[in-house]
Ligand binder design. Structure first.
Ligand code: ADQ
Length: 483
């Protein structure tokens, strides 16, 4: 049994350069946590971009950086600014991201960025081939690297390759608009196992494979001349224990140990006992429906004026891809909407929206999750949405209501939440009203079921399921003779 090689666009490490010395800080994101059980030191390697372009890395520090990454079982792919622009900000985030989230009008089809995407995917594949042996297992992550499986397969025909897509796979009617649809499918089919968050994404992919490539598809297997590729769904979970335990500790903190944010939230609750906090947390991305949510909130305050001065919406928007024009426009739109709604409804003692545009440390995230009565997440499209799961995991007394868009992959597993269509303002306003008035016992019943499910299907289980399915597939496929 060989080693496992994980490949993602970004390494799970933050590099900092200070006065000529390097610090490598492991990230705490969902993927890094989930892969802990797979990426356990000695027998695994993580390959990715460090986040610093060639131009940003002083030549004399290259060796030190490589050594610092090696200590964390990581190895970097070097990218120039021009490559990052074409591959990441270009094809990945101006073509694939909007297209796969059904924002066809935002998708740009630029031959130059496609060429850079191919070139950079080849760089990742070469980095793998350089480090890999035939009995290793390769796990490629996400939409930035869809050509890598086939590029590796060409050099190492017998190696075991898994691919997981973290965003939706769109329906055939959308996917077929991509000029390079055939190449992308062929790239992915270099894998032995292709995983998606939901059954729908899996079916969409298989439909495109059949209709665009004309391949033989049976149930969830794709038949090539010499190999079978399995396509399946693996809904990603969270590190349930980390969130529930952090919330337990947090709830027992004496006032002097609480963060400033926590104290403010508590003070507000004490001064207005029937006050309710609604929470919305996302990256500032047009797929997350933040502007629509603000409009819906305005509609809610107009339809249910009895909640004025009682309900407050806390919006935490994490800066993201701010050099892509649509993200700059969205930032302006959200700033204006918050200003307009606060201007229209505020009173001397009440501001309806608190808006934070920044990333927050984990402790503050827990402050918000544990203090807010309702989490209101209304993406227009979302591969999964981990925030929904994290919110539920922190509700240690099982109170709290989750309002979730049907368009998030997470909705498939979270039927006990209040599911809404993000375009239906009438339904949203009524659902917020329902959430505010929901009896505690009903909240607890719903969260009890959700929590048990999230605890069982946590992120570690997700990674293990994927890896064992990949192994099984490889074993079965080895004995396959072309039909
Ligand atoms: P994202 O689009 O980034 O992920 P999401 O699944 O919600 O969306 O994950 C966001 C993560 O960032 C959460 O773990 C959350 O805790 C963290 N976070 C959010 N706001 C933060 C803040 N202000 N400060 C610090 N951390 C913050 C993509 C897909 C999703 C899919 C995931 C995983 O778009 O659909 O669920 O990958 O596959």
């Amino acid at each position: 049994m060989g080693k496992t090689i994980i490949i993602s666009n970004r390494l799970p490490i933050q590099l900092q350069i200070h006065n000529g010395s390097i610090t490598a800080i492991p990230s705490v994101g969902g993927l890094a946590t989930g892969m802990k059980s797979v990426h356990s030191g000695g027998d695994s390697l993580w390959i990715g971009w460090s986040g610093l372009t060639d131009e940003e890395i002083p030549e004399e520090l290259v060796g030190d950086i490589d050594a610092a990454l090696a200590k964390h079982g990581s190895s970097k792919v070097n990218l120039s600014q021009q490559e990052v622009d074409g591959f990441y900000y270009g094809f990945s985030n101006r073509t694939v991201w909007p297209l796969f989230h059904y924002f066809l009008e935002y998708a740009e089809f630029e031959i130059d960025s496609w060429e850079t995407y191919k070139k950079v995917n080849q760089k990742f594949a070469d980095a793998i081939v350089e480090k890999a042996a035939d009995d290793d297992t390769i796990w490629v992550h996400d939409y930035q690297l869809m050509l890598v499986p086939q590029m590796v397969r060409e050099k190492l025909p017998n190696i075991s390759i898994g691919f997981f897509l973290h965003i939706p796979f769109p329906s055939f009617e959308i996917f077929r608009t991509l000029p390079w649809r055939k190449e992308v499918l062929e790239g992915l089919l270099g894998s032995d196992l292709i995983g998606f968050h939901t059954y729908d994404y899996e079916r969409h992919f298989l439909s495109s494979v059949r209709r665009i490539l004309g391949l033989d598809v049976s149930f969830n297997d794709v038949y090539l001349e010499d190999r079978i590729i399995k396509v399946d769904s693996f809904p990603m979970g969270i590190d349930y224990k980390k969130f529930s335990e952090a919330a337990k500790v947090h709830n027992q903190l004496p006032p002097e140990k609480q963060s400033e944010l926590q104290q403010r939230l508590n003070n507000h609750k004490q001064s207005t006992p029937d006050a309710k906090f609604l929470l919305s947390i996302d990256r500032l991305d047009y797929t997350k429906g933040i502007a629509k949510r603000l409009n819906a909130f305005e509609y809610f305050l107009t339809k249910y004026p009895q909640y004025k001065e009682k309900v407050r919406l806390i919006i935490l928007a994490v800066p993201s891809r701010s050099n892509v024009p649509q993200y700059q426009l969205l930032k302006r739109e959200v700033d204006e909407l918050v200003g307009r709604i606060n201007g229209e409804f505020s009173t001397v003692s009440w501001t309806p929206i608190w808006y934070f545009y920044r990333s927050m440390p984990f402790e503050n995230l827990i402050d918000l999750y544990t203090s807010c009565d309702i989490a209101w997440l209304t993406p227009i499209r979302d591969g999964m949405n981990l925030v929904a799961k994290e919110y539920v995991a922190t509700r240690t007394d099982k109170t709290g209501v989750l309002i979730l868009s049907e368009m998030a992959g997470a909705a498939n597993e979270m039927n006990e939440s209040l599911l809404i269509n993000p375009n239906n303002f009438e339904q949203i306003a009524d659902t917020i009203h329902q959430a505010i008035e929901m009896p505690i016992e009903e909240q607890q019943e719903r969260n009890d079921i959700l929590q048990k499910r999230l605890e069982r299907y946590n992120v570690e289980r997700w990674a293990k399921d994927f890896m064992s399915s990949l192994k099984e597939q490889k074993d079965n496929s080895s004995s396959y003779v072309s039909r």
